[in-house]
Design a protein around this ligand. Structure first.
Ligand code: GLA
Length: 398
């Protein structure tokens, strides 16, 4: 553990930390904006994480600090209703996690915690879910709780809605259940995960568009809007077909062509676009899993490209900057490239054969980053290659 970080903890809390949690961020290779409709997705945990040092307290107070420049700390009491800080404040992820741990697990012992992230924040790589998961794991440890991680991932997906974004469960599932060297096929209702090995000559390249995306800030309304439109589309099509009002997208998709025909009759505008995206993305995820399992990376890449097109055209969650980033990566030889996370800015993920990574880096630097004033995107941290990492860990400090 970095001695400087331990010294920083001591400086702030006048005592040594007892544990550190590492919780990874993620990219989703495919399966954009369908987890909240209960449909499967295929994320990868990043080898960049939120690190959270902590020590137990004897009372029910949580004192939360971060090493991130310019961000104030927070202090609050564990309670069934923890008041939130202002919209967009980082501590809301800790508050939401703590409130859920009180409500669902009855925790009453607080902690002092210090966050230091190797994962960039607000760039679509799920630093927020990693932070919420890390804070909950820390609270579980100081309260001597054993957790079933599958059940816990479901709890955390709900917990994070404290910040007002009606997210799905992908980020929390991959953060808590990933296996190193593997992508994770995540199914919902009920939550199950299946690791799928990534070929050793394949690289996962992550490129930030340079547009920030705050999940609890401006992207929140746009994100919730997509979810609502998708639910509205589902309800209209199900009702047209005389199906039960609580029919899921999975059940509707199983109806095949009848559902598509019904959608063409009853949907228009953004609801029609959402429906087209959800149904086609579900099919692409299934095909992508088959392609990855059979080593057909060209097909997998093509499906990622098609996913981006649908997110852009049907769901309208891309931006001109992301579209350009994706186009440059593809032209330079990426097997496939798409926006990752919620969109509205943030990052793109590309799958690249190991021997083409230099070409893709060079093209992105020259055509995307340098014209935007970033001479060396790798040292700026905007462009990197990640290894698929394992799930979040809690470690005792010696
Ligand atoms: C965010 C949410 C996820 C998922 C993605 C879009 O990351 O937290 O649940 O919906 O957007 O795929």
């Amino acid at each position: 553990m970095d001695p400087q970080l331990i010294a920083e903890f001591r400086r702030r809390f006048r005592a040594a930390p007892s544990h550190v949690v590492r919780a990874p961020g993620r990219v989703n290779l495919i399966g954009g904006h369908i987890d909240y409709h209960g449909l499967p997705v295929l994320p990868v945990a990043l080898d960049r994480d939120v690190r959270l040092l902590f020590r137990p307290r004897t009372d029910g107070v949580v004192r939360a600090q971060t090493c991130a420049a310019g961000l104030a700390g927070a202090s609050f009491e564990l309670a069934t209703r923890i008041p939130s800080a202002e919209l967009g404040d980082w501590s809301n992820y800790v508050r939401g996690a703590a409130q859920s741990m009180v409500l669902e697990r009855g925790v009453d012992r607080g902690l002092d915690l210090l966050v230091n992230s190797t994962l960039p924040m607000a760039v679509g790589l799920s630093s927020s879910s990693a932070l919420a998961v890390a804070a909950s794991l820390a609270l579980a440890r100081v309260n001597d709780l054993e957790l079933d991680r599958v059940e816990f991932a479901g709890q955390m997906a709900v917990a994070e809605r404290y910040v007002g974004t009606q997210g799905g469960g992908m980020d929390q599932a991959v953060c808590l259940l990933a296996l190193a060297g593997h992508a994770v096929y995540v199914e919902f209702l009920p939550l199950t995960v299946r690791p799928i090995a990534l070929p050793s000559d394949l690289r996962v390249v992550v490129a930030h568009s340079l547009e920030r995306v705050e999940k609890s800030g401006v992207a929140r309304a746009a994100y919730n809007d997509r979810r609502r439109n998708g639910e509205l589309a589902l309800a209209l099509v199900a009702s047209h077909l005389g199906l039960a009002p609580n029919t899921s997208y999975g059940e509707l998709i199983n109806q095949g062509d009848i559902a598509r025909q019904a959608a063409a009759q009853v949907l228009s505008g953004s609801a029609a676009g959402c429906f087209r995206h959800v149904v086609s993305e579900a099919r692409r995820v299934a095909e992508a899993v088959a392609a990855l399992e059979s080593g057909d990376l060209v097909t997998l890449g093509g499906l990622m490209d098609a996913s981006h097109e649908s997110l852009r055209e049907n769901l309208e969650v891309s931006t001109p900057a992301l579209d350009e980033l994706v186009a440059v990566a593809r032209r330079a030889g990426a097997l496939g490239c798409r926006l990752t996370g919620a969109g509205f800015g943030g990052s793109a993920v590309a799958l690249v054969a190991a021997d083409r990574v230099d070409d893709v880096y060079a093209a992105l630097a020259k055509e995307y980053y340098q014209p935007r004033g970033v001479a060396d995107p790798v040292s700026a941290g905007s462009l990197f290659t990640c290894r698929a990492s394992g799930a979040a860990t809690v470690e005792t400090l010696g």
